[in-house]
Design a protein around this ligand. Sequence first.
Ligand code: SAH
Length: 268
Amino acid sequence: MAGKVYIVGAGPGAADLLTLRAAALLRAATIVLHDDLVPAEILELCPASAQIINVGKRCGRHGRSQEQINALMVWHAREPQAQTIVRLKSGDPAVFGRLGEELDALRRAGIEFEIVPGVTAAAAAAASARLTLTDRRAASALVMVTAHNARNESLSRTMFEPARSTYAIYMPGPDYAATVNGLLESGQELATPCAVVSNAGRANEEVRYLTLAELASMKGIPAPAMLIVGEVAAEHSPRRDEDLLSKISSEMRDPYHHDRFPIHPGLG
Ligand code: SAH
């Protein structure tokens, strides 16, 4: 009997933003391999008998390499007594979480696995900042990018139609000035609005609404933080598509406008 690996999204860090499926799997887990960003509150759902291993990169001298994490999953899945292994990753496990490498290792070893999605930081940050990433009046694309990628490519090489896009930038710090430079190179302007959200969805969340110019000189933004860039991130008086705005506001003044058309025109 081989064990099974559940790759589970822990959400942005508040236990009540965990899915019910994730909670049920944590309660049934015998082995849990988790990242640094997963809070104690969520790990407390695991049975006392479960073996809980922090495989986080920031875990000092105990930090595990990606190869070691892969090896741990495979080793536990091959234990003679079948284990329920939960690989717990922050947010959604498939968004900037090196999931590709872990899936390759499991596939190569012939280990059964299942993926349980989670609330990704971009969604949590948008909710905290009370904005919509895809406001139809201001954005027709949502691009999730990382300021730290494996190929060391600059931000400007990964961008897309700057004026009509929202960028949800993971790992934007600590060098925000460099991130802003990358955005400027990609066609954004110093006046482009942005929202930087630290600890989204947690009790200590902080939201700042700024322009890129202001962000470049901002100090002391706590990690983890998400950066949302684009017109959707303007807190007040967003510069939006004026035609659409006036059409939408006339619908708001008269929401039953269409009901006054005769239902049977021929009889009316
Ligand atoms: N898989 C995760 C992302 C992992 S990369 C997800 O889907 O959310 C780690 C980055 O995610 C952090 O550097 C930060 O940019 C962002 N992040 C994770 N949790 C966050 C939170 N609660 N608030 C703000 N940003 C967060």
